[in-house]
Design a protein around this ligand. Structure first.
Ligand SMILES: *[C@@H]1O[C@H](CO)[C@@H](O)[C@H](O)[C@H]1NC(C)=O
Ligand SMILES: *[C@@H]1O[C@H](CO)[C@@H](O)[C@H](O)[C@H]1NC(C)=O
Length: 341
């Protein structure tokens, strides 16, 4: 059924290349167990003086810190859930972590949130920002993630394939077909996380000419759509594509797409041309990514079939539904980090 979607000649390098959709039934994604309810994920990470620097400052990913006095509000948890995978959310219990609170020069009057932008320690130390409400905190945090998704308007298809196939390890070309001009924060975060293994390119409201250039000939596209280009036995004269099956995998959120990318990598890396490095476990299983993501998701890693399964642990935070600011704590003003995001 899906193969009717695509069947088209493209001219890649010296050969005409054929892209055909691959039925995801065989890609392994169908074996992935259902994900558990939202609450099962760990979305908020308690921070202490001991692990703050390692977790936040020595980490390129963006963070939102929430200062609280023993309990978190429902709305903050909702914010953390909405940011799942895209930004990390850390909590500092001001009643317990007094030293950290001092080091951070936390000022209650400036709001419970502090955003540490995407980037290295220097950037985090010099460009954090205090924020009063959770919606602004979320918006500010996701805005700091660089957009490395290529835009088809500005690229030659041939170059995308060349760059992907000549990289070491070989990268899978990924095409996002979407309506919006902007790359969503989910895909900004995913493109960064998976940059070593996948090259993301977006096609905004693609014309049929553009679609043809990547081998897709179809009238009834249901945007957003996503295709990962694969090869057989390293042959670039015939390309295939695996489509993200929304019916089966759900909508485009961080976990669903991540699961799909793990599945594609497990099943097709060894068939990629060039230095696919599928014989090296680190690359076959994308271990670096697993090591990062296993903090918030449980990822089953069994031989060549590493895949994302379910959540980490239950969040242990006490949730308070109404904010009350009774426990006022006075923090000394120690200017440590500058605020100028
Ligand atoms: C930081 O350390 C505390 C205490 O050991 C621990 O409970 C918490 O999970 C750690 N946070 C992270 C993000 O690892
Ligand atoms: C993505 O959607 C699935 C359902 O399709 C859900 O179980 C999962 O929690 C969602 N992930 C995120 C990051 O919101």
């Amino acid at each position: 059924m899906l193969s009717s979607v695509i069947m088209m000649l493209i001219y890649f390098l010296l050969w005409g290349s054929v892209i055909a959709t691959h039925n995801t039934e065989n890609s392994g994604s169908s074996q992935t167990p259902a994900l558990p309810p939202d609450e099962m994920y760990q979305d908020m990470f308690p921070l202490t003086k001991t692990n703050f620097t390692d977790c936040v400052l020595r980490n390129m990913d963006p963070w939102i810190l929430i200062f609280h006095a023993g309990a978190v509000e429902r709305a903050w948890k909702t914010m953390a859930t909405r940011l799942r995978g895209v930004c990390w959310v850390g909590t500092v219990d001001v009643t317990k972590e007094t030293e950290l609170v001092t080091i951070l020069a936390y000022d209650e009057s400036k709001g419970p949130f502090r955003v540490f932008p995407y980037g290295d320690r220097n950037r985090k130390e010099n460009h954090w920002r205090n924020i009063e409400d959770e919606n602004t905190a979320r918006a500010v945090c996701v805005r700091t993630i660089p957009d490395e998704v290529l835009n088809m308007e500005e690229e030659e298809v041939k170059d995308i394939f060349m760059d992907s196939f000549m990289a070491k390890p070989t990268r899978f070309p990924v095409f996002l077909l979407q309506v919006e001009e902007e790359t969503s924060s989910t895909f900004k975060a995913l493109a960064k996380r998976f940059a070593k293994y996948f090259t993301f390119t977006k096609l905004v409201r693609p014309s049929s000419k553009q679609l043809k250039s990547i081998g897709i000939e179809q009238d009834n596209l249901d945007l957003p759509d996503m295709f990962v280009v694969i090869t057989k036995e390293g042959q670039t004269n015939e390309l295939n594509a695996v489509r993200f099956d929304k019916q089966k995998l759900g909508y485009f959120n961080y976990t669903n797409v991540m699961e799909f990318l793990f599945s594609v990598n497990n099943n097709y890396r060894h068939e990629l041309p060039g230095d696919n490095l599928a014989h090296v476990r680190k690359h076959a299983e994308m271990i670096e990514i697993v090591n990062i993501e296993k903090k918030r998701f449980d990822i089953v890693s069994a031989g060549s079939s590493a895949r994302l399964t379910r959540s980490k642990s239950k969040d242990t935070h006490t949730v308070r539904n109404n904010g009350d600011n009774e426990n006022k704590v006075n923090y000394p003003e120690i200017p440590g980090l500058r605020d100028e995001l």
